[in-house]
Design a protein around this ligand. Sequence first.
Ligand code: ZN
Length: 241
Amino acid sequence: MRGARSVVALTGAGISVPSGIPDFRSPGTGLWEKVDPSEVAHIDAFRRDPVRFWAFYAQRFASLGEKQPNAAHRALVAMERHGVLDAVITQNVDMLHRKAGTRELIEVHGSIAGCTCPRCRAGVPVEEVRERLRVAHDGVPRCELCAAALKPDVVLFGEMLPAAELERARELCEGAEALLCIGSSLEVHPVAGLPALTHRGGGRVAIITRGPTPLDGVADVRLDGDVVAELQALSAGLGLA
Ligand code: ZN
């Protein structure tokens, strides 16, 4: 990282676990325990039955909205401020990198920062969504202009990733001399294909996450410890902490 011209971080659910946001791929945790997210948080479910969709998603907005970034998010902010990290690409929709202060941030799965009307494309910020949820008689926040049910600005199951964000993520990974994959099981495509771009371009890939990933064999560095402890140690090693 000290010698690299470009260093990029790619983060997944594991970086938010110390903030109290369970990874829904770990069984038996929280909100996702009773429902199948690939069914209830699916674009078809939203279109078919917005009342049921929002009965579930309103809880997600409420619970994620209260969460705060942890020392791992802050370590990445310190690296960016000191010029040793160029950008953070995240699969997370929880806004914790934003709250921590990361400037160059690519949210490839969108975020809970707001909603958009699928009919007239009007955008509604999260505070306003909460207010509309509070007063909605059927629990569905609606567009003020056309009354359509608002859709969260997150990539739902069955939806494509936003093309511009994905393209920017690919560019960053292709050009990275070092890619830090943090708290991601690297199983969900197309994000899981990003480390290969760095590897092919001659860059080094570090994987910092609990549990195995399909890319462990090609990683130049593999750290399996607690994500906060590992990033604090990395910060210290770079002389930032
Ligand atoms: Zn509308």
